[in-house]
Design a protein around this ligand. Sequence first.
Ligand code: DGJ
Length: 542
Amino acid sequence: MHSKLQIINCRSKSLFLILSILFVGSSVSRAAEAPRIVEKGGRHALMVDGAPFLVLGAQINNSSSWASTLPEVWPALKDMHANTVEAPVYWEQLEASPGNFDFSTVDMLVQRTRENHMHLVVLWFGTWKNGNMHYVPQWVKTDIKKYPRVINQAGEPIDVLSANSRANLEADKHAFTALMHHLAEIDSTEHTVIFVQVENESGIIGSPRDFSLSSNREFESKIPADLLRAAGKSPGTWREVFGGDADEVFQAYYQARYINEVAEAGKREFNIPLYCNVWLSYPIAELPERQVGNPGIGWPSGGPVQRLLWLWKALAPALDVIGPDIYSDDLGFYTNVLKTYATAGNALWIPETGNSDAYASYLFLALNYGAIGFSPFGVDHTGWTFSEGEGPKLHSENFALLEPISREIARLNFEGKLKAAVDAPGQAEQELDFGKWKASVRFGFPQPDGRHAPGTPAHTGRALVAQLSSDEFLVTGIDASVAFHTEGRLPGLRMQILSAEEGTFENGVWKTSRLWNGDQTDRGLAFRKHIRTVVKIHLGTF
Ligand code: DGJ
């Protein structure tokens, strides 16, 4: 495999950039540990440089990974206090003619990410992008005989490559392998790249499955044994076993195997974490303008949607993670998606979500379910905007607050010691249970004595509490107060605050800047709006 790739790489014009990247990397005396996903007792961490890392990410717009637009990217990411950029690599640009790879964009992304002291998530826009094939090279688009399309129910080829084609799979695999090989060449010392997304929101828009003659033949035969095992079903044809879901399950089976093979080949070149992102299936009520709830129309058929996660986890083991792109700000829907993807042996990773204020508190919600990272979409200063809002204002506030303590948050969350609360209608007062200690969270100010907390006007209040030792907690939040008490007793009864230190962690060591007391602590630790503070509180009983 390597020798073949070396031949390919001879034609790459990026030798100079490779050397300069390796030179920048040479200031690091020893190789950093490769990133990896670890699991303990059902909880997950993304290890970066040997320790849990919280991805405070931002995904740039689809057409922003170009030399002409990247200068508009970095200031936006800085404004957002992101520690990681997610940027696409386009197959059509990487391999504009068969077997000739141009890695200049990849090199530039890695180099600029380093210069900006961030990490990089590479997004492979290959066979699939949002349930279509828009990023495949022209030589694939124009040779429909060699690279077959999905055939819809009316017998028409559509704008999606077939997952049931070996030629399609081999072409994508070849390109992805070259990409991963190149990343290994330029990044196995520094590990700027911490995650690679294989394809983008895979699936078919325009048909529930491929209705080509060969796919129809497969569809009429018995279900393959690996799928039966994963589904825990008895043998039969697709229709007999999966009834009305048969088309979507059929598509998912071939798609999961296709992407798994691409991922597996890439991983052999460079063993770093790989994931797939998901265009979710939204209930009609969530997106009324779509008015549709069918695979292939409402969402790309065959992708790892909520109810097919089991299939993908079983049939695509080369993917470390499956991450939902969440574009509904409905609290109930958001919570269900987090719960779904946080289970089934899957690390919770949100590779895309809305960048408006309505989504900001969901970072805290995601942390509550053990998230390893969270990344609003469409962050750069190119002027393009996907959302109607003012951009990631409250997301920036979150990232600025959490970035300095993000390593500690990732570690404490991995150890199961972190809980978070977000404001919601009728839920301005909530309780986080840490056993001996309970933390009462109250959202919104003012909080006059004898009155319930008012809540925050747009339900943007958020709070986070992590246990450091039996009587010590790290506490932060925005537009929230946090008061501690013991079981069945009000705050202040037979318990006291021994110290409440405002400060932060520097290189893993806590640094106190002042002690809080009086009005800042008497009615709970008060985290007022737009003030970024973290407090370490030491409690005692008497
Ligand atoms: C989800 C896709 O994955 C992104 O690439 C982008 O198209 C966004 N939707 C918003 O359009």
